[in-house]
Design a protein around this ligand. Structure first.
Ligand SMILES: Cc1cn([C@H]2C[C@H](O)[C@@H](COP(=O)(O)OP(=O)(O)O[C@H]3O[C@@H](C)C(=O)[C@@H](O)[C@H]3O)O2)c(=O)[nH]c1=O
Length: 186
């Protein structure tokens, strides 16, 4: 398992070691000591899974605020996504910037997104299933969003607004400029 920093160092990419043989493969998808050695020390308290039918489904951008802020550990178990994390930490040298990484079921790559970031993805294949761990339970009152295609973010989504399939909620999320300062950079 290899854990590397992305262009925003707090966001990390994890590439598992796949042990292939005649039966298929085996891989570790989470190992507390290996993650801790890379500075990922959260206790994961909830596992989530979603299935998106059409290619071009966009979920996000989402985050929970204090006292229910969440780190997330995301992987794809069927299909592929462009996974995106946006830095919402006021005072951060990368505030408003993002990391966009392709995660595939075949590759088994994961993205670690700490608290203080908005997260979302676009599916790159039909019937894409995403599984992720979160470090705080779901808290609807603290569940917030950011407009996926806010021009201020400059995210290179693989779909246009006309092509994307979104929830009604996500079509109406606020722009970055209209968000309160939910997070500060430590
Ligand atoms: C996120 C969540 C939703 N729900 C419920 C609320 C709602 O009725 C239904 C669907 O919720 P949503 O439309 O918010 O699902 P979705 O758009 O898939 O939300 C997810 O998007 C990705 C990008 C994330 O980063 C996740 O943290 C989560 O916010 O599931 C839970 O019961 N527990 C949860 O943890």
């Amino acid at each position: 398992m290899q854990i590397t920093e992305t262009r925003i160092p707090a966001v990390k990419q994890i590439v598992p070691k796949k042990h292939g043989d005649a039966r298929g493969y085996f891989m570790e998808t989470f190992s507390a000591p290996i993650f801790a050695a890379a500075g990922i020390t959260e206790s994961w308290v909830q596992d989530n899974q979603s299935l998106s039918g059409p290619k071009g489904t966009v979920r996000g951008l989402h985050f929970q605020i204090a006292p229910a802020a969440q780190a997330k550990l995301i992987r794809v178990i069927q299909g592929a996504i462009l996974d995106v994390a946006v830095d919402l930490r006021h005072g951060s040298p990368t505030f408003g910037q993002h990391v966009a990484v392709e995660l595939t079921a075949d590759g088994g790559e994961q993205l670690y997104v700490p608290a203080g970031f908005a997260h979302g993805f676009c599916t790159l294949a039909p019937d894409t299933a995403v599984a992720y761990k979160v470090s705080h339970i779901y808290a609807p009152a603290e569940d917030k969003g950011l407009r996926w295609n806010d021009p201020a973010l400059g995210i290179g989504w693989p779909v246009t607004e006309a092509e994307a399939l979104l929830s009604a909620k996500d079509r109406q999320q606020p722009l970055l400029a209209d968000l309160p300062a939910y997070f500060t950079y430590a």
